[in-house]
Design a protein around this ligand. Structure first.
Ligand SMILES: Nc1ncnc2c1ncn2[C@@H]1O[C@H](COP(=O)(O)OP(=O)(O)OP(=O)(O)O)[C@@H](O)[C@H]1O
Ligand SMILES: [Mg+2]
Length: 282
């Protein structure tokens, strides 16, 4: 059964899509020698703004409202999820459910009027949960039904936090939303961790925020993803960073680093494998 990781933060531009893309690609690379479901990763694009990046990053053809994620959320009964899954271009064991912006905007507008509006994604993904080791869900920078659907489907929530003063505001709201999802829908949902992003070592602001985050979340603070031109260039080249800066070699089963950014996301992958109890089998 897949471990589902939702990348969430209601704040915009904090590195959710960057983290979703690079985590999914890193997991796919790391698990690529496993047979069957144990070697497959699914990326679900719930971010109407991010669709261009995901769609082009993974070479998927344009989607419309009938072929994208929105149809899973809107139609009753939902269409076969299998039909919506596309193979990513750069990694043979990475798959994507893409979305199109207009249809996701429509879904966000109409979901509150539909029955079972919070649980639709979870139910729609259930038939393929045993076909993947991990499902990674990217979310929009909004509250509301799209975010709630992504949380209801989650085993683990990964929260990217921009290391700036503004970056740490609003985290308590997200925590409250997760608590409500745990209470009403998903008793097993857990926060995987807070992931400092866009961290600039030389800035004292970043260091102060890291200290503050450590105080607030002593057990849940993950090592930072630093601001890096590789991540920015990979993004603008419509690639994950492992494709943009391919690992030069593999150290044992680890993904060898080709840059700081690949090393930091590879380290995140290793932590997640340990957390999911898969480090030995990967
Ligand atoms: N560690 C990093 N180093 C350099 N650039 C980064 C890093 N992380 C993200 N970026 C850049 O910052 C911008 C915002 O990142 P991203 O799109 O991942 O954020 P987001 O949280 O998904 O935004 P939104 O809330 O709008 O969906 C992008 O241009 C991305 O390339
Ligand atoms: Mg995004």
């Amino acid at each position: 059964m897949a471990v589902t990781i939702t990348i969430a933060n209601e704040k915009g531009g904090v590195g959710k899509t960057t983290t979703a893309v690079n985590l999914a690609a890193g997991l796919a690379l790391r698990l690529s020698h496993n047979e069957g479901a144990a070697g497959r990763v699914l990326l679900v694009d719930m971010d109407p703004q991010g669709h261009a990046l995901l769609a082009t990053a993974f070479g998927t053809p344009a989607v419309d409202s009938r072929t994208g994620l929105a149809s899973l959320l809107m139609e009753s009964p939902p269409p076969s999820v299998q039909r919506l899954i596309q193979r990513a271009e750069y990694h043979p064991n990475l798959f994507v459910i893409p979305s199109s912006r207009p249809s996701m905007v429509e879904a966000a507008r109409l979901l509150p009027t539909l029955m079972a509006n919070e649980t639709r994604l979870n139910r729609a993904l259930a038939p393929v949960a045993d076909q993947f080791a991990f499902i990674v869900i990217d979310t929009p920078p909004t509250t509301g039904d799209l975010l709630v659907n992504a949380l209801v489907a989650a085993d683990l929530v990964l929260i990217p936090v921009e290391t700036s003063y503004l970056g740490v505001s609003g985290l308590r709201e997200l925590q409250k939303t997760i608590d409500l999802v745990r209470l009403h829908f998903r008793p097993t949902i857990e926060i995987l961790g807070y992931l400092p992003t866009l961290t600039e070592e030389q800035r004292s602001e970043a260091q102060e925020i890291l200290v503050e985050l450590k105080k607030r979340y002593p057990d849940l603070l993950l090592p930072a993803i630093h601001k890096s031109s590789d991540l920015a260039y990979a993004h603008s080249s419509h690639m994950d960073v492992f494709t943009y800066r391919p690992p030069r070699s593999r150290r044992g089963d680890q993904i060898a680093s080709s840059s700081r950014a690949t090393q930091e996301y590879a380290d995140l992958v290793e932590r997640i494998l340990v957390r999911a109890g898969l480090a030995d089998t990967a």
